[in-house]
Design a binder for this molecule. Sequence first.
Ligand code: SIN
Ligand code: NI
Length: 260
Amino acid sequence: MNSTTATAAPPVPGRDIDPGFVAAYRRDGFVHVPGVISPERAARYAEGALRVAHDHTPFQDGAVFTQLVNAYRVSPVLAELTRDPWLGQVAEALAGVPLRIWHDQVLIKQPHNGAATEFHQDAPYWPHRGSRHALSAWVALVDVPVERGCMTFLPGSQNRTDLRAQDLTDAEDLFRVAPDLVWSRRVTIPLRAGDCTFHNAYTGHGATPNLTDDPRIAHVVIYVDAEASYSGAPHVVTDPLGLEVGAVLPDEHFPPVAAF
Ligand code: SIN
Ligand code: NI
């Protein structure tokens, strides 16, 4: 065990969250939580995710992944995970501000999909104004070894809040806008079913291709500052809602963690 893990015990329900764990997240822009849900719950949600993918048209269904957004609105099973109070509590401790759900995503990398998710930041894609923090909980619903498409992070890259949106199908794009990141450490985190990572929306990250015979099934719960407002930029989640530019994201569509 190295000194980082020794001082950064992962959170356990019913106990205070270790300040060292929060500090590690704030330093690196990501953190690993083994066993955030039980393997039994992960298996149930994996089945729920496959059902949603079968019954609904994905927002994206390409080489990189099959992506369904706002799965919690159509799947009571996945809503249990998206609205999980413990996951939300950990997210708020990391963010240091009250949060709301921005949206969730079922992300399936099909067997032998042949494509990495290339390095990118999430925040530049999103139509938020005045957000003090946004982050994702990437929950593995099946075992995700490196060969099945696990995540890799660029520690410290969350401090680069000035970059344009990057193309996650282009291996060069993030490094084109931030050439110094070519030399960044890369931290790859295989996850067991029920483990998760949290990452800051500005942390550069990608995922390996799925070289295995089984689908990689992840559920990503994405949180944003409860006080963030709508910028008016195009986005699949907000485009149909007719929101007022400059208004705080409405609770009706973006449930506050405090209400879980
Ligand atoms: C992936 O799961 O392949 C990528 C997830 C992300 O970009 O947050
Ligand atoms: Ni991403």
